[in-house]
Design a protein around this ligand. Sequence first.
Ligand SMILES: [Fe+2]
Ligand SMILES: [Fe+2]
Length: 314
Amino acid sequence: MRPSFRQFSAAADAQTKTPLNPAPEKPGANSGEMPTINHDMVHFKTSTNPHPLNIAKVSNESQFMDRHVPHPIWTESELQALKITHHEFQGMGDRLAYMAVKFARTCFDTFSLYRFGKITPNKVLNRAIFLETVAGCPGMAGGMLRHLRSLRRMDHDHGWIHTLLEEAENERMHLLTFIKLKQPDLYFRTWVVIAQGVFMNAFTLAYMINPHFCHRFVGYLEEEAVHTYTSIIDHIDNGDLHEWGTKTPAPQIAIDYWRMPPDANLRDLFLNVKADEANHRDVNHTFASLPSRNAEASYLFDAQGKPLPPKATS
Ligand SMILES: [Fe+2]
Ligand SMILES: [Fe+2]
């Protein structure tokens, strides 16, 4: 029987490291037996996973790397140099966006009970998983609307779409990493569906009306995400999350995605996620500060989506 997509994509991590692909146990042809699948971060053309349609594999992984959605791979010095920053208000719109983020955070911290009691791995994962399901929406909404706008106007997009879609993909990878550490129950999943329905529609509508405000809102939201992941790392360092730290290995999907060392642990993982959130913060504040939605953005970011330093003006 032909294996379903779900069976492939949800397969367990293998105990392997980059560049992946140890040969799995291969069942006999038409045996009906499920093959061992590494995980869904490996391109099917380079993976040693048997393909159900017997499509030929290639040995050179590099020729497929440019088909992945590009994303930053952080160096050790970049991770160590991460800073908590805050964009100063430049008008009433910025102040309103900031107040909206603070209000949303206070409500979420209260109703999720995150602010009460002792920090635990379960509380951290509940928060991270839920918020990453929401964080993957703005980039997709913005990228989709700009894509449609480009089609309608039959004109270039000026370099925004790919950066926004890269952000959405990056947040989804945060989510796929965290669910390796905890599987949410039905009650939790129901709230995720409700939150996505409300937030995605509201954000899409808001982006159609005022994209500048939306990027500033996401910029401030990402400032809060940087605060959250900084505090989680601090909790790991001071022993509040003693179940984690140097003992718990990062999931293989995270090691492959961020190209981390094979012995990377959960602290390393949270540091990379924090770096991504800081990048989203800077990208969205950059978009919000551009003079118009027709401003050329492609020179603002490098091939991995990191904001480039401002050009010196003479
Ligand atoms: Fe995230
Ligand atoms: Fe983010």
